[in-house]
Design a protein around this ligand. Structure first.
Ligand code: HEC
Ligand code: HEC
Length: 252
């Protein structure tokens, strides 16, 4: 990881945004709790990204309250696109946007690569909270879609193991049910958008609310497989347009 000359993590080049009072406070709290007050703080990416842990958990492994998503180990292209989405208004969460709205594409890419490379354990899945019939409906939709409705199976793009497909498609496991509901709902209403072609808008519009609940409930209760890494991209022509890199905005 790149080491800059300065010894001050927060005031270094692109992380200007981390200077906001609330975040500075959280940063101070965190560093205070985590370390026995080292006299100087090394300017590593890990140190600069400490502020993210306030919400995303230590090393980005997910927050404690069932909403803040894990960011560690997600495909780099996917994370990069999300940082762009928050910065450029395709996703809306005020504090996230504040974190990134002055940062350059290059630095966002660096942040994405940093979190993508972190390999930290996943928590055990939450116990399934929905009725068995709803969960079975969720499993069916995830694994087979609903051709009558033009709904492709989620696994077609997110990988048979549901751990994502590098570099741009995230996994669907290890995410809290509330977060999944929130994201699918946001896509339905156009609150969340992706770089074109926005495959998930197509998908979400074909999921009535009960099916959103079914899919989220089932996914959130699934354990991670032993290998949690995203699958390699399928050979060109062997997947939906939305599952292959060039159309997904591999550029930019
Ligand atoms: C104040 C809390 C907070 C802080 C601090 C924060 N985030 Fe977030 N972040 C969120 C929330 C909440 C979401 C989900 C928002 C939504 O509903 O779409 C999110 C979403 C994300 C996502 C998209 C995850 C996904 O799976 O789609 C990425 C990437 C991300 N944050 C990176 C960062 C990075 C990098 C930092 C530190 C520089 C950071 N966040 C700091 C609250 C925070
Ligand atoms: C045609 C391909 C395709 C299909 C089919 C598909 N997805 Fe996606 N999905 C994507 C892509 C691409 C992204 C990343 C979008 C972005 O960059 O913001 C994504 C992102 C997501 C996310 C956001 C994850 C996060 O961490 O925030 C969720 C949740 C999701 N998909 C759920 C589903 C579910 C549930 C299904 C099946 C009902 C499904 N997807 C089917 C392509 C697909």
């Amino acid at each position: 990881m790149r080491l800059a000359a300065s010894s001050n993590a927060v005031n270094t080049r692109p992380a200007t945004r981390l200077r906001r009072p609330a975040l500075l406070l959280s940063l101070a709290l965190l560093t205070g709790a985590a370390h026995a007050a080292p006299p100087t703080v090394q300017d590593t990416m890990a140190q600069r990204m400490v502020a993210c842990a306030v919400c995303h958990g230590p090393a980005g492994r997910a927050g404690p309250d069932g909403y803040y998503p894990r960011i560690a180990g997600k495909p780099a292209g996917y994370l990069y696109h999300q940082l762009l989405n928050f910065r450029d208004g395709r996703r809306h969460y005020g504090l996230m946007t504040q974190m990134v709205d002055r940062l350059s594409d290059d630095y966002l890419r660096e942040i994405a690569d940093y979190f993508a490379a972190l390999d930290v354990p996943y928590p055990a899945p939450a116990p399934a909270a929905a009725p068995a019939a709803l969960l079975e409906r969720g499993r069916q939709l995830v694994q087979h879609g609903d051709p009558a409705r033009g709904l492709p199976a989620c696994v077609q793009c997110h990988g048979a193991a549901m751990t994502g497909v590098a570099p741009n498609v995230p996994g669907l496991l290890g995410l809290p049910r509330d977060y999944l509901n929130g994201q699918l709902g946001a896509w339905k209403t156009g609150q969340r958008r992706a770089l074109a072609p926005d495959c998930m808008a197509h998908v979400a519009q074909r999921l009535p609310d009960t099916d959103v609940a079914a899919v989220s409930g089932w996914l959130a209760a699934q354990p991670l497989p032993a290998d949690t890494k995203a699958a390699a991209m399928a050979p060109a022509g062997n997947s939906l347009a939305c599952g292959s890199a060039p159309e997904l905005g591999g550029g930019r």
